[in-house]
Design a protein around this ligand. Structure first.
Ligand code: 0PR
Length: 365
């Protein structure tokens, strides 16, 4: 640390130069995040100092967290779902498997996770000492539910299905997984970190949530398609009482028990998340999602016209192609199978898609 502080002007000029090294979202097609909605940015600033880790000091902010959980629970067809705001999909997935493990104490616990599962499950299994059994995908990049069934045994504490896979934007056969979960008496966690804020707003949403009786818990992230500030995730559970198995005593706080993974927790991004939902309503979210899906279709059509076929027709706004190179200046990502991957987030507007397609056309010229 400096002995004597840096003059404000110098400091900000240094910070600005660093900030300029960051890429603008303008040409980023690889991210599941997006610039926060202006409402989110404004609300974040309003709640900057709030700490949900000691909710008795911030009862207003804590009530907003409850409201967020109620709103997302209702969206997932269970207004009385339990839940809390996490730092994102990783924490939600860890905590869901932690609950599942506590609910079924066995000697050598395992979990069945699709090959498309996010790498946060590798972290969760490492931390929780779980054997990770990987279920293969079908030809359409969705989890093979029957193969998953075959991996379940007496030591299986949970199975996981994904709604909006990170790489290919697919929705696993959650209806079938729900039946299997009920038949086998196994906890079913749905990772809807991305798709949880997309699928409910599609024209013909496939059931994936608490409307299916076998679904035990759901991850859904406001800091992805919810356009909130980072960090904002949510873990929802069918039974609110399950969280009690994670409680630790917190004798000197305003609450005497805590089930969260983090201690100090931001209220700002949580207030921002609920504010965006209130501001847009279902109607506004449907419009955002319809725009992203339409742009995704246009991108697929444009790429195929240029001779780059889609890897698969996605269920949500993630497009993948047999295409080895991207034009200079654009950030796309590459899946583990070598497909070009583009996430059609709200900042990836029709104009952006057309500029990208024009540049793609130019690299062939
Ligand atoms: N589950 C799914 C299905 C996800 O796609 C992700 C993250 C997670 C869980 C974990 O969520 P957190 O990162 O919030 O803990 N998906 C993105 C990914 O790994 C996250 C991301 C976002 C990465 C923006 C890069 C980026 O620029 O690709």
């Amino acid at each position: 640390m400096r002995e004597v502080g840096c003059p404000e002007e110098d400091l900000f000029s240094f910070l600005s130069s660093k900030r300029r090294e960051d890429l603008g979202y303008r040409n980023i097609l690889s991210s599941m995040c997006t610039p926060p909605h202006p409402i989110a940015a404004r609300v974040h600033a309003m709640f900057l100092e709030t700490n949900l880790g000691d909710p008795g000091l911030f009862p207003g902010t804590a009530a907003l967290e409850d409201l967020l959980i109620r709103r997302l629970g209702a969206l997932m067809h269970h207004p009385d779902a339990g839940g809390y705001a996490t730092s994102g999909g990783t924490e939600s997935n860890i905590q869901a498997l932690r609950i599942a493990k506590k609910l079924k104490p066995v000697k050598s616990p395992n979990v069945v996770i699709p090959a498309s599962g996010h790498f946060s499950f590798t972290k969760a299994c490492d931390i929780l000492g779980l054997e990770m059994r990987t279920a293969p995908l079908d030809a359409g990049f969705r989890m093979d539910a029957e193969a998953a069934d075959g991996l379940i045994d007496d030591n299986t504490i949970a199975i996981v299905g994904v709604v909006g896979t990170t790489e290919y934007g697919m929705v696993d056969p959650i209806g079938r997984l729900s039946e299997i979960a009920l038949e086998r008496g196994v906890f079913l966690h749905i990772d809807a970190a991305f798709g949880g804020m997309v699928v409910p707003f599609l024209d013909n949403p496939v059931p994936f949530d608490f409307s299916l009786p076998g679904v035990s818990s759901i991850s859904v992230d406001p800091h992805k398609m919810g356009m909130s500030t980072i960090p904002a995730g949510c873990l929802l559970t069918r039974n609110p009482e399950w969280f009690a198995c994670l409680n630790v005593d917190t004798p000197y706080l305003t609450v005497k028990k805590e089930c969260t993974l983090a201690g100090t927790r931001p209220g700002a991004s949580v207030a921002a998340a609920v504010a965006v939902l209130e501001y847009l309503g279902r109607d506004g979210m449907r419009a955002v999602v319809a725009g992203c899906m339409e742009n995704c279709r246009r991108l697929i059509e444009g790429m195929e016209t240029l001779g780059y076929p889609r890897a698969v027709t996605p269920d949500v706004n993630v497009a993948t192609f047999s295409c080895g190179r991207a034009p200079p200046g654009w950030r796309v990502s590459t899946t583990r199978n070598g497909h070009m991957r583009i996430v059609c987030m709200p900042h990836v507007t029709r104009d952006v898609i057309e500029r990208f397609l024009a540049d793609m056309g130019d690299i062939d010229a």
